[in-house]
Ligand binder design. Structure first.
Ligand SMILES: NC(=O)c1ccc[n+]([C@@H]2O[C@H](COP(=O)([O-])OP(=O)(O)OC[C@H]3O[C@@H](n4cnc5c(N)ncnc54)[C@H](OP(=O)(O)O)[C@@H]3O)[C@@H](O)[C@H]2O)c1
Length: 377
């Protein structure tokens, strides 16, 4: 499973939801103190991405402006400026734009056709062609695995934000609401039409900054099938945190589990030996809190820090069977069951054989193992 960076979308919008007006000059939506906050966020990330449309419309430099913040980056062993990234299908990029001539390294992700054009009309950047079409997952995997980017800030425009949000690839939205109206239907909007998650996002923070308000939201809806989305990582991390709450045991694993509906509503959570029951497993504890026949279960995802068990001596029905009985269609786990108590358990295989989509995210394996270290030595 490829790794992606943490993806943070950043934008300022008018009260009527526009990113800009239609005049040639860029509309300043943020307040001075908020521009400084954005500078701080830029200084904290490994890379900043904008769409080719924003390069054409705004001709931004996309720098960390504060000399102190740049010095702190260097002192921490990072490049003075974050990597600047753009995406263009056409490869029609102005070689004289500020983007290419300021800051540190630059990279353009494009299509084969775009790369061909950039060979004829080059820009001062590395060019990576991702195939006939640009695939966001391939782009994020390349940034993480080849360029070492762990935190990516995306500063628009709306076309880019819409794609990352509808594809479930944004970990966080940092939205600033500015107290002005644009009122022009031709102006670019933050989010266009698309298949967004059904339910509510999670508010992480809200804060007035001079006359604007910063809101930080995280998507909540699980992915579909065996493709991971950003919210899957959040929920699996929560399952790993729950595993830390388990009363210690020498004879059973410490596991956390969360059951989440398709719209991102948390249905239940649980952990091993919860509530003084020495035998209860995490998935069992969570599923027991959901009414039988709850219609949301059919499209729910079960997150479990350790794959659901297939054999247990303490109770007649193992957790993989409980999940099948409950009718949940998707399981996301961090760690395949080792042979400590049961040889060849393979809960993932059992679930997959019954048509459940099973996804293992090994980037969380160490966190899942941590409360079980005494059983693994
Ligand atoms: N208020 C804010 O915070 C803020 C921030 C940023 C931007 N903005 C505003 O947003 C507006 C620009 O937004 P926009 O939506 O027009 O442009 P955009 O999102 O910046 O860029 C769109 C361009 O990116 C490339 N692209 C997008 N998706 C792609 C994909 N899947 N594969 C390959 N290439 C892809 C295409 O480039 P090619 O055409 O080259 O193929 C496309 O035309 C400007 O008015 C700007 O001022 C506001």
């Amino acid at each position: 499973m490829p790794s992606y960076p943490y993806v943070l979308l950043s934008a300022a919008v008018s009260l009527d939801g526009y990113l800009d007006d239609t005049t040639p000059e860029r509309l300043l939506l943020s307040s001075p103190a908020d521009f400084d906050r954005v500078d701080e966020v830029r200084a904290s990330v490994d890379a900043i991405l904008i769409g080719a449309g924003t390069i054409r419309a705004d001709n931004p430099r996309l720098l960390v402006n504060s000399a102190e913040r740049r010095a702190a980056r260097v002192a921490a062993g990072k490049p003075e400026y974050p990597l600047k990234v753009t995406v263009s299908a056409s490869g029609e990029l102005d070689a004289a734009a500020n983007f290419w001539h300021t800051g540190g390294d630059k990279i353009v992700y494009t299509t084969e056709k775009g790369a061909e054009r950039l060979r004829r009309e080059p820009v001062a950047a590395d060019v990576v062609a991702l195939g006939p079409e640009l695939d966001w997952r391939a782009l994020l995997a390349h940034l993480r695995e080849v360029r070492g980017v762990e935190r990516l800030m995306v500063e628009g425009g709306g076309t880019i934000h819409t794609q990352l949000m509808t594809q479930g690839l944004a970990d966080e939205l940092q939205l600033v609401l500015a107290p002005l109206f644009v009122g022009d239907p031709e102006a670019p909007r933050l989010f266009g039409p698309g298949g967004y998650q059904g339910g509510r996002l999670r508010l992480l923070e809200s804060r007035p900054i001079e006359d604007v308000v910063l809101m930080r939201y995280a998507p909540t809806a699980p992915g579909t099938g065996t493709l991971p989305c950003a919210a899957d990582r959040h929920w699996l991390a929560l399952a790993c945190e729950l595993a830390e709450l388990c009363p210690p045991s020498e004879t059973a694993f410490s596991v956390g589990a969360v059951v989440v509906a398709a719209d991102g509503t948390e249905l239940a959570r649980g952990y091993s030996r919860e509530g003084g029951d020495p035998h209860v497993h995490a998935e069992e504890a969570a599923l027991a809190k959901i009414a039988d026949g709850d219609p949301r279960l059919a499209s729910a995802t079960v997150y479990s820090s350790l794959e659901p068990c297939t054999h247990r001596s303490s109770r007649p029905v193992p957790c993989a069977r409980l999940i099948l009985r409950a009718g949940a269609s998707r399981v996301v786990t961090a760690w395949r069951e080792p042979d400590t108590f049961v040889a060849g358990a393979d809960g993932s295989g059992m679930l997959a054989a019954q048509g459940v989509d099973v996804l293992v995210l090994p980037e969380y394996e160490e966190r899942a193992k941590a409360p079980n270290a005494h059983l693994l030595s």
